[in-house]
Design a protein around this ligand. Structure first.
Ligand SMILES: [Zn+2]
Length: 224
């Protein structure tokens, strides 16, 4: 089936009353034909003085490109409603499908006989769902076999990795960038020497807004 805005609105209301005690406030609902996610709650966030995040500006998106059964569409809607519940209540979960998300999901599945999952989505689609804007220190590597790779440095390790990565025997060359592309959210920030292979086209498209970094003496800064 293909969802419509009217349909999503109606389901949102129905499951709001059933699973969330009607506590979720209405929000903009959009249809999406993205190839990368089934559903998404996008948001903006600001840092609170105590270092936690304040979430706002929510938009609910449901994919209409990928054909799903009605039950699957409903599960996607409820999945996104759990995200919305957590974010709009300013609950700081441990990760995108963290402890709070998982326990709410399990409870709803058991109580209402749903089949909401996270596991089938910890794939590319779910990674692409992670649209948080963060700053990434990206080391782009060309290996001796001509494959490309990336490593995302923890801020505390960049100096060390700056020196160590070029010394890895399989590394032919490397360069560093700073990027806020949410694409890089999917990579762990490495404490050690871990390089993730990446297709050249994919790498190129996500480096478009990136700024090259240079090391001068004991500072690393954006190249002017
Ligand atoms: Zn999710």
């Amino acid at each position: 089936m293909k969802a419509t805005v009217e349909y999503v609105k109606q389901k949102f209301q129905e499951y709001n009353d059933l699973c969330f005690e009607g506590k979720l406030k209405p929000l903009p609902i959009r249809l999406s034909s993205a190839r990368t996610f089934l559903g998404q709650v996008s948001y903006r966030r600001e840092k609170n003085p105590d270092g936690t995040w304040h979430y706002f500006g929510f938009i609910f998106r449901i994919n209409t490109l990928i054909d799903l059964s009605e039950q699957e569409v409903e599960d996607v809607i409820i999945h996104e409603m759990i995200h919305y519940y957590i974010l709009s209540n300013q609950i700081q979960d441990t990760s995108i499908h963290g402890v709070v998300f998982t326990s709410m999901m399990k409870e709803i599945n058991a109580k209402y006989n749903r089949h909401i999952t996270v596991s089938h989505k910890v794939t590319k689609e779910e990674q692409d769902n992670d649209t948080r804007v963060r700053q990434h220190l990206v080391c782009v590597v060309r290996l001796r076999n001509n494959q490309r790779g990336v490593a995302i440095a923890a801020r505390s390790r960049i100096f060390q990795l700056w020196d160590e990565i070029p010394r890895i025997p399989s590394v032919a060359e490397c360069s560093w960038y700073v990027s806020t592309d949410p694409f890089f959210n999917r990579y762990p920030r490495v404490q050690s020497l871990k390089i993730y292979p990446i297709a050249p086209e994919e790498l190129e498209s996500h480096l478009e807004g990136a700024k090259p970094l240079v090391k001068a003496g004991n500072t690393i800064k954006v190249k002017r």
